[in-house]
Design a protein around this ligand. Structure first.
Ligand code: F6P
Ligand code: MG
Length: 461
């Protein structure tokens, strides 16, 4: 892992979003949403303690686990307390490899030692990521809960079950189009369709949908072509043509997915990846997952593997041969190395992606052998744009800052809008959106499909 470096700086006039600005979603998130997420973690540990009938058990390992469980609850509660009272951010005390980097970035926020960064004053992107790293720290410091994913059973797995109907529909659709004789235009139309499924798959992230009943998830998921046509009107920046131009000349290339959420979104990404391979566009697809539980529903290696197993189990239980065949094919692609799952620590470091070429240089260099990077979801979007308060008409290439260099391959950003930053809009478009839907930036009902391709300008730090 590269040594800690300073955070990149913004161009003049652009500032990082912070929860100190009360009119922003950053403020609402830190004030209301993050405490709810932490409180749910406390609930999950209490339930786990009871479900495993650990409380009241007599053997010493169980006792130790209970004691540790209670300490975890206390630490999580302390974190909520500190966050709600806007206390200074405290250093990580675990010995994971990236702890020094986090601590060093934190220390650099207050070089004089007189104005410590707090939950509301520090940049929103930093503190929100820091909260998930703090949660990790609490678990990693124990003996029996080190690998416990506090978001797995209550949230990710339950949401997964609520998405199975959508998954069945989409597998059938993929199967049908594969059997259809398509000309070039037909193949491009199908590609665009699967790109859009992948985009709208991002609607169902669990850090935002804390209160949605999981049975109603299927209604949120766009799984039919008819729905998709309706939803296309909601894509406020749509660089579809640029993406098609990039992909139609690509044969047996490599595409990288910088994944976001597990569950239905991951599934829609795998469907798109399946089509990329089937249509001969890609002979290699690399999926980048998170090293640790992140933003509630982001995909870890465990989630990826669990998802394939759970879909296959469901397919066999319900005798759904199409779904079963789909997962079997995916397993084959993984075994052959056509698909690869990669987990780099970079994605959960405090850095915006402007610093991928520097702080994540090894990863960046390897990823430059790819022909297309597909960044999924809202957080990846924020990290690509460094979470600045960009004017909405800022061209994407400007907001991508140091991420694009002359070696950076074409890249696509697919997100539903769930936070303040938004760029690439036309003059006057943001004003029209404010009238059409005052919450368009944050309610996940609107999407963006950005594509940025070469030539990139040489970027110098
Ligand atoms: O809470 C902030 C946030 O980044 C939101 O913008 C978004 O709702 C969520 O976290 C993560 O969304 P995604 O899963 O699409 O990255
Ligand atoms: Mg996410």
């Amino acid at each position: 892992m590269a040594d800690c470096e300073d955070l990149a700086s913004f161009p003049p006039g652009i500032t990082p979003l912070a929860a100190s600005q009360k009119a922003t979603f950053a403020y609402t998130t830190v004030k209301d949403r993050l405490p709810v997420i932490l409180t749910k973690c406390v609930d999950e540990i209490s339930r786990t303690l009871h479900a495993e009938t650990l409380v009241g058990g007599s053997d010493s390992i169980a006792n130790e686990k209970v004691t540790e469980g209670k300490a975890i609850i206390a630490s999580l509660s302390k974190l909520v307390y500190e966050l709600q009272r806007d206390r200074p951010l405290t250093l990580l005390e675990d010995d994971e490899e990236d702890a020094a980097i986090w601590n060093s970035v934190l220390a650099k926020m207050d070089p004089s030692g007189s104005q410590p960064a707090t939950w509301f004053s520090a940049p929103w992107l930093f503190i929100e990521c820091f909260m998930y790293r703090k949660i990790r720290s609490i678990f990693v410091l124990t003996r029996h809960w080190k690998d416990h994913d506090v978001f797995a059973s209550n949230q990710k797995e339950t949401a997964f079950s609520g998405s199975l109907t959508s998954m069945e529909t989409l597998a059938k659709h993929l199967n049908d189009v594969k059997k259809t004789d398509l000309d070039d235009a037909g193949r491009i139309a199908v590609l665009q369709e699967f790109v859009h499924f992948s985009l709208w798959g991002n609607q169902t992230d669990l850090s935002l949908l804390q209160d949605v009943a999981h049975e109603s998830l299927h209604q949120l998921q766009t799984t039919t072509t008819a729905n998709l046509t309706e939803m296309e009107k909601r894509i406020i920046v749509n660089d579809s043509d640029a993406l098609v131009d990039t992909l139609k000349v690509l044969k047996n290339g490599r595409c990288d997915f910088i994944l976001d959420n597990a569950g239905f979104e991951l599934y829609a990404d795998l469907i798109l990846a399946d089509w990329l391979v089937h249509s001969g566009t890609a002979s290699t697809v690399v999926f980048h997952a998170k090293r640790i539980p992140w933003f509630v529903s982001d995909t870890t290696r465990k989630d990826f593997e669990w998802t394939l197993e759970a879909i296959q189990k469901h397919a066999r239980d319900t005798s759904d041969d199409v779904l079963d065949g789909t997962v079997q094919r995916w397993r084959g692609l993984l075994e052959k190395g056509t698909w690869r799952l990669q987990v780099s620590p970079f994605w959960t470091l405090p850095y915006p992606f402007w610093q991928l070429p520097t702080a994540g240089n090894e990863l960046y260099t390897e990823m430059c052998t790819s022909d297309l990077w597909i960044f999924k979801g809202d957080l990846n979007y924020r990290k690509c744009l460094y979470d600045g308060d960009w004017p909405t008409t800022t061209p994407l290439k400007v907001a991508l800052g140091g991420l694009v260099r002359k070696d950076t391959p074409p890249l696509v950003l697919l997100r539903t809008c769930k936070s303040d930053p938004a760029v690439g809009l036309k003059d006057g478009q943001a004003g029209e959106m404010d009238i059409a839907d005052k919450d368009w930036r944050i309610n996940g009902k609107w999407g963006e499909q950005h594509c940025s391709s070469q030539p990139y300008y040489a970027f110098s730090c």
